[in-house]
Write a protein that binds this ligand. Structure first.
Ligand SMILES: Cc1ncc(COP(=O)(O)OP(=O)(O)O)c(N)n1
Ligand SMILES: Cc1nc(C(=O)O)sc1CCOP(=O)(O)O
Ligand SMILES: [Mg+2]
Length: 207
């Protein structure tokens, strides 16, 4: 399996990729160019579509040996045998860990709070996500965070994910501040050629 603890973390978006073909094409381009993790994030509430698309992405991720993470939905993650990302109101990390087992990747939203991070680490999170660090087109109302929280979160000894408005102009500063994984929606999937963007963004980890 790809080493998932450092690199780019691509999150899908139903507005940017409204149909199955676009979703699969753009995800395959990102996967083949080299991302560490792919998150299926779909807020449509259409259960049939979510199940179908998540299963298609699981097959694609297996091919590229890249872990798939399901946003919000531990039950769907369990059915597919993949990881899950949980926000503050998406259910307990401890319960997800119990259900998905010791090897599952379970991510936690920590916003700008070391207290949230402490709790998530205690409950068995695999990584801690902080943000939003820059203005975000996907989630403009996400609470803002200071880059300095990334260095302060080193003490948890878990991969630190940075999210929110990250692009080619600010990725180096964000990695320099301590992010192990850089999570992006628009920074990857608003581009017609996500593969080219992924190759360029990945240079930030070479330094
Ligand atoms: C990697 C990563 N970090 C943060 C989030 C945000 O999760 P959440 O706060 O639950 O918000 P929604 O994404 O559900 O709108 C995430 N999904 N992934
Ligand atoms: C899903 C999400 N969560 C955030 C948080 O701060 O917790 S910011 C965000 C949106 C990320 O998309 P983009 O790269 O287009 O800004
Ligand atoms: Mg959520």
């Amino acid at each position: 399996m790809t080493q998932w603890k450092q690199g780019l973390y691509a999150l899908t978006d139903a507005q940017l990729m409204p149909d199955d073909a676009t979703l699969i094409d753009r995800c395959e381009a990102a996967l083949s160019a080299g991302i560490a993790l792919l998150q299926y994030r779909d807020k449509s509430g259409d259960e049939g579509r979510r199940e179908r698309q998540a299963r298609a992405l699981k097959a694609l991720c297996d091919h590229y040996e890249t872990p798939l993470i399901i946003n919000d939905d531990a039950a769907l993650a369990w059915r597919l045998g993949v990881g899950v990302h949980l926000g503050r109101s998406d259910g307990s990390i401890a319960r997800a860990r119990k259900a998905l087992g010791p090897d599952a990747i379970i991510g936690a939203t920590c916003q700008d709070s070391l207290e949230f991070a402490e709790q998530a680490a205690r409950e068995g999170a695999s990584y801690l996500a902080f943000g939003r660090f820059y203005p975000s087109l996907t989630k403009p109302d996400a609470p803002p965070a200071e880059l300095s929280i990334l260095a302060r979160a080193a003490r948890f000894d878990l991969p630190r994910v940075a999210i929110g408005g990250i692009d080619a102009d600010n990725i180096e500063a964000t990695v320099g501040a301590g992010a192990d994984l850089i999570a992006l929606v628009h920074g990857i999937f608003s581009h017609e050629d996500p593969g080219a963007v992924v190759r360029r963004l990945n240079r930030a980890f070479d330094r």
